[in-house]
Write a protein that binds this ligand. Structure first.
Ligand SMILES: CCCCCCCCCCC/C=C/C(=O)SCCNC(=O)CCNC(=O)[C@H](O)C(C)(C)COP(=O)(O)OP(=O)(O)OC[C@H]1O[C@@H](n2cnc3c(N)ncnc32)[C@H](O)[C@@H]1OP(=O)(O)O
Ligand SMILES: NC(=O)C1=CN([C@@H]2O[C@H](COP(=O)(O)OP(=O)(O)OC[C@H]3O[C@@H](n4cnc5c(N)ncnc54)[C@H](OP(=O)(O)O)[C@@H]3O)[C@@H](O)[C@H]2O)C=CC1
Length: 153
């Protein structure tokens, strides 16, 4: 007997609940962000994923399109610590999709180290990414577009 087919992407919500909505997911190429992206696509959203590493973004788009044939997922490079880069991410998303309904502030991270060994530069990198970066994304989305924002970092 053939093994049952297991869906690669699913949701507790009904499929197409967010039909034709547009989501922008920072850090959407890896980990939790990639999972959120796939669930949003499953729910009918069109999704822009954004982060610093173009190679990761391209690979994620290819993988996701394999999991969800026909979905509209695109990528744009962005360093959320840099205001100009955030402005470009939001304007590129608006140019390509016409609107942004949801912003998922997932991009971020931290170094794991004892406080005594934590350099000021490393601490600043974490704060500038998780706090300042999230602020810049929310501010720019409010200025250029805007509806709902999910905070995660
Ligand atoms: C400040 C408070 C920290 C509190 C930590 C609490 C931990 C609670 C855990 C809660 C559960 C959370 C789980 C997760 O987050 S899971 C994984 C998430 N993913 C990641 O963290 C990976 C992605 N992370 C990053 O990209 C980076 O962590 C970060 C966003 C923070 C910065 O990345 P960036 O690439 O910009 O950083 P650089 O490589 O440019 O480094 C900047 C300078 O920091 C120095 N550095 C490196 N390691 C350390 C260290 N262990 N301690 C201190 N400083 C460090 C690094 O050398 C750079 O300086 P130099 O240029 O001079 O070398
Ligand atoms: N895993 C866990 O247990 C927990 C995770 N979190 C948070 O959830 C989020 C996702 O974590 P997780 O999936 O585990 O880890 P990942 O490392 O897989 O995801 C982090 C993402 O953030 C992106 N990113 C980091 N810095 C920047 C930046 N300056 N500009 C744009 N994008 C950036 C990375 O992409 P790139 O490197 O290409 O820029 C990467 O895609 C993070 O914010 C993390 O702190 C919170 C609590 C628990």
């Amino acid at each position: 007997m053939a093994a049952p087919t297991v869906a690669k992407v699913t949701s507790v919500f009904r499929q197409k609940l967010f039909k034709d909505k547009v989501a922008l997911v920072t850090g959407g190429a890896t980990g939790i962000g990639k999972t959120i992206t796939q669930e949003l696509l499953y729910l009918g959203c069109n999704v822009m994923i954004a982060s610093r590493k173009a190679d990761n973004l391209k690979a994620a788009v290819t993988e996701i399109q394999g999991n969800l044939p026909g979905c509209d997922v695109r990528w744009t490079e962005c360093n959320i610590r840099k205001e100009d880069s955030v402005k470009k991410m939001v304007s590129t998303t608006l140019e390509q999709f016409g609107k942004i309904d949801f912003l998922v502030n997932n991009g971020g991270g931290q170094f794991y180290a004892p406080t005594s060994e934590f350099s000021l530069k490393g601490f600043n990198a974490v704060v500038e990414t998780n706090l300042t970066g999230t602020f810049l994304c929310m501010k720019e989305e409010l200025n250029q577009s805007c509806l709902l924002s999910f905070m995660q970092t």
